[in-house]
Design a protein around this ligand. Structure first.
Ligand SMILES: [Zn+2]
Ligand SMILES: [Zn+2]
Length: 401
């Protein structure tokens, strides 16, 4: 059974009451160098003749040139949109890149092909959505779980906003390209997966505390993907073919779950809010950006300690000033404490991150203690979504009678 079929069939038997959107992707293929021919055959099968290949300088070299050569030799016309880096040397999904891609996509284009990592996909996702032209994903690194989802985090006037766009119609990648990608990208992909440890716990609690939509199948699929990464830790650390395949497959599944549920709750909780807060600070200061998954992994590790301390606080006569919240809290307190109590220790999380070569602390990321404290007090206000971070900031000591 293909990925798409197995995820689809898992949701078919779910009776949680949430809407399970159909996955409109036609094909997902992680393979050896035969993948280029498979992609060309797919494009022809769809009746597409004109493509725009969107790359950056390094992904053009790692896979773009080969994609171009094989598509052209199959009689498919290819025009190139080479996204230029910003003054930090990074490709950013900002107004400049978005407009560049829109301008470099001729009217009669049949399909866009994104060859790159997460940011490059966000640029193409936006252009594809705006122009009503489908796109094909060609990840060049196992770096993030957004390849197969519809949300595009974009930088507009210096602020990061996630815009709902569309998912690719297919995903192809060459395992050799993933192996040759810079090692910190796979470490970031692993960090994004490790973040599911806290996002899944937060999602569970959001159902009890705020009645947020919860789908046990979505939670199970995301959890299985995470556990698969943890059981292949050695291979991922060695960046073997098996390890990178497992990692990318897990990231793809996490993206597909978001696509089916049409929200990112399974994959994004308090750790993503902290990461987002740090990112906003870097943007404000015009500092170079850090890899998404690197921040998420570190944030998730430190939240496990904070959430365990939250249980201790919960045991000291705390309550919510809002009576509705307070009654929900009284009702579910035991389950909340159990959920956060079962999280792995921060040290264990750091060991996993270190094993794959990612940063493990805010110091390694270059985030100051001050910014961390600020984020711990403010990041829960970024989104109207229930998390342990929100809980920590809203629980008050019961006033003495
Ligand atoms: Zn993420
Ligand atoms: Zn469900």
């Amino acid at each position: 059974m293909s990925f798409i079929e197995s995820v689809t069939s898992a949701f078919q038997s779910c009776s949680c009451g949430s809407i399970h959107h159909e996955i409109n992707m036609k094909k997902i293929l992680i393979s050896d160098e035969t993948v280029y021919r498979e992609m060309a055959a797919f494009i022809k099968e769809q009746g597409f003749k004109k493509t725009v290949l969107v790359c950056d300088g390094s992904t053009l070299k790692s896979a773009g040139n080969k994609v171009r050569e094989i598509l052209e030799s199959s009689g498919i016309s290819v025009s190139l949109s080479l996204i230029l880096p910003n003054h930090h040397g990074d490709v950013a999904a900002d107004e400049k890149s978005l407009i560049q891609t829109l301008l470099e996509t001729p009217k009669d284009t049949d399909v866009l092909v994104a060859v790159g990592s997460g940011t490059l996909h966000d640029i193409v996702r936006f252009a594809s959505h705006q122009r009503g032209i489908p796109f094909i994903s060609f990840p060049t690194a196992a770096s993030v779980d957004g390849f197969t989802s519809a949300g595009a985090p974009l930088i507009v006037r210096g602020e990061k906003k996630t815009i709902q766009c569309i998912a690719p119609i297919a995903l192809f990648t060459d395992i050799t390209v993933l192996k040759d990608a810079p090692p910190d990208l796979a470490a970031a992909g692993f960090g994004d997966m490790l973040g599911k440890i806290t996002s899944l716990a937060d999602w569970k609690i959001s159902r009890w505390m705020a009645n947020e939509p919860y789908c046990p199948t979505g939670a199970d699929l995301t959890k299985e993907a995470l556990e698969n990464c943890l059981s292949h830790l050695e291979e991922i650390a060695a960046r073997s073919e098996k390890g990178l395949t497992v990692l990318l497959e897990s990231l793809i599944i996490s993206g597909l779950v978001m696509l089916v549920l049409d929200h990112s709750r399974p994959a994004s909780g308090g750790e993503h809010h902290l990461s987002h807060y740090w990112e906003m600070d870097l943007l404000k200061r015009d500092a170079p950006q850090l890899l998404h998954g690197a921040k998420v992994g570190v944030a998730s590790a430190l939240l496990t300690s904070i959430y365990k301390r939250l249980i201790e606080e919960m045991n000291r006569n705390q309550e919510f000033t809002d009576p509705v919240k307070n009654s929900r809290y009284q009702q579910h307190q035991m389950k909340i404490a159990q959920t956060y109590g079962e999280l792995p220790a921060e040290k264990q999380m750091q060991e996993w991150l270190a094993k794959v070569g990612g940063p493990t602390t805010i110091q390694e990321l270059g985030i100051t203690q001050e910014l961390l404290e600020e984020a711990l007090q403010q990041a829960h206000t970024i989104r109207d979504r229930w998390t342990g971070l929100k809980m920590k900031n809203q629980l008050r000591l019961t006033p003495q009678q």
